[in-house]
Design a protein around this ligand. Sequence first.
Ligand code: ADP
Ligand code: F6P
Length: 326
Amino acid sequence: MSKEIKTIGILTSGGDAPGMNAAIRAVVRKALTNGVKVKGIKKGYQGLLNEEISDMSAASVADTIQRGGTILGTARCQEFMTLEGQIRGAEICREHGIDGIVVIGGDGSYKGAQALARQGINTIGIPGTIDLDIACTEYTIGFDTAVNTAMQAIDKVRDTSSSHERCSIIEVMGRNAGYIALWCGVANGAEDVLIPEKYDYNEQNIVNNIIHNRKKGKTHHIIINAEGIGHSTSMARRIEAATGIETRATILGYMQRGGSPTCKDRFYASMMGAFAADLLCEGKSNRVVGYQHGEFIDFDIEDALNMQKSIPEYQFKVSRLLSMSL
Ligand code: ADP
Ligand code: F6P
């Protein structure tokens, strides 16, 4: 029989992502509407272990939906990887009267949530990562904002690339996944897209492509390089030496993680937050929220962690095809 839920906690964990605040706001306000108290836990699992816990009201999340980052702060916490840390985390929850926790983060954070659930604290995960690398969901909080920020930055680099007739290697984030790179590759009309899932590490192909395009009259050559491949600066040096064409590397970095969330990130994050609060209030545990085929759904954490995700073959092929020389 599921236990009665009187108080829930909420935390954000792992890398911050634009839209996390919209999810926090929705969790808080939906839970309060359901008659359940909410406590905010600062700085992820580290803040839980440090007991950085305080009551949240509808007012504590006012004026936050438009803000990037996470108002709760986030952290990576080694101690929570240990059984002792997890047992202590659950004890702290009980001491603070917390019956369940919503965890907003990526796969790693889900493992922490699973560990807490094993220690008797109900948990629900919400996918929060700019990387889009969570298998059980087509949407993760922050990807839309990140990819739009990257797209706008790449358009700007392209202007300079064209003016100077240079080749540009632009490195985007994504950890080991190539979703940001793939989407920018298409949206920015890049000549090459290097993603970890597909790259053959044959730089000669890139060199040939640059020379071919230059002969065809293209004034710029944009290569989107995923972080999972990396080494953009040394790659630029090698490509310049091989082609004789000035080549520069631009690493977009944290600008992709920050900034005001897009409408899509605010909307989906709000729906996921409300959905997660409802699941927790109903006494559900060890579940994660996902979005598939137009619907918000939930999965067992173990099942979600065992799912595989890969770059859709058709999307990758089309991305290559659309970058053809005229
Ligand atoms: P993300 O949630 O974005 O995947 P991380 O992989 O860095 O980010 O994980 C965030 C935090 O989740 C870690 O710092 C740790 O506190 C917790 N975590 C990750 N893996 C585990 C695990 N196997 N067991 C318990 N907690 C974990
Ligand atoms: O998961 C989000 C992300 O920005 C990845 O794209 C990147 O690999 C990683 O976090 C960087 O993490 P850190 O915050 O440790 O620099």
